[in-house]
Design a binder for this molecule. Structure first.
Ligand SMILES: Nc1ncnc2c1ncn2[C@@H]1O[C@H](COP(=O)(O)OP(=O)(O)OP(=O)(O)O)[C@@H](O)[C@H]1O
Ligand SMILES: [Mg+2]
Length: 208
């Protein structure tokens, strides 16, 4: 099983959006996929409850009280972490993951708090020793946006150059309302969005 923790202490960075989209990517590749919701807000499980039955299945796990068991046979586990998670909690969760994905938005405030968060993550042993990868993703970027370029420069200076850049797209909200993600619908509508995800999916599959 390959397990991916999506985390950032900053609220609203895009953790749940990335977690559900990754889950749809894995499920559409034919992997037996589970989505663990650690957030007591239950956003990921709420999304799953809306998911139509004819779509590639994703099993939901309620981990908001504590991280639990994963069913036998699951090949891909995505863990959606809550905002404001204390380091001890993040340390416990990364212990259940093979790699850590951190979304960050282009804004001064998100930059600063994510910088602190990355520095704390970097002190956790398996990460410090390079055994566990941290993949940072620039989220809600705008083409040629000054803030987006600033974010990329900032992350490079921090030693975490972003592996992917996901554009700001209304489609994420529209899909979520129907319990869908960018890798569900057929047709050409989501071609550009999926292209954004290729480097991240490649980086994840290299570690599978
Ligand atoms: N690339 C994107 N384009 C457009 N909207 C986005 C994008 N990423 C996230 N959003 C929107 O931003 C809002 C916050 O995203 P999301 O809920 O995924 O963040 P979060 O980190 O899980 O928040 P929380 O800390 O509350 O758990 C949502 O309305 C989501 O639809
Ligand atoms: Mg969330």
């Amino acid at each position: 099983m390959l397990s991916v923790l999506v985390t950032n202490a900053k609220g609203g960075a895009g953790k749940t959006t990335l977690a559900v989209t990754l889950a749809t990517a894995f499920a559409s590749e034919g992997h037996k996929t589970a989505l663990a919701d650690v957030d007591r807000q239950g956003s990921a499980l709420g999304w799953l409850a809306l998911r139509p039955g004819d779509r590639p299945p994703i099993a939901g796990l309620d981990w908001h009280k504590s991280a639990g068991k994963v069913q036998d046979g699951v090949e891909r586990l995505v863990i959606d972490a809550p905002a404001g998670a204390r380091l001890k909690h993040v340390d416990e969760l990364q212990g259940r993951a093979d790699l850590v994905v951190v979304p960050v938005q282009p804004s001064l405030f998100d930059e600063r708090s994510t910088g602190d968060f990355l520095a704390r993550l970097d002190r956790l042993k398996p990460i410090r020793k390079g055994r566990k990868a941290v993949l940072v993703v620039a989220n809600r970027t705008k083409p040629r946006g000054r803030a987006s370029q600033r974010l990329v420069d900032f992350l490079k200076r921090e030693g975490f150059p972003p592996v992917a850049s996901l554009s700001e797209r209304a489609a994420y909200q529209e899909l979520a309302i129907d319990g869908l993600g960018a890798f569900d619908p057929e047709g050409r509508r989501l071609v550009e969005i999926r292209r954004d995800w290729e480097p991240l999916l490649r980086a994840i599959s290299e570690r599978a």
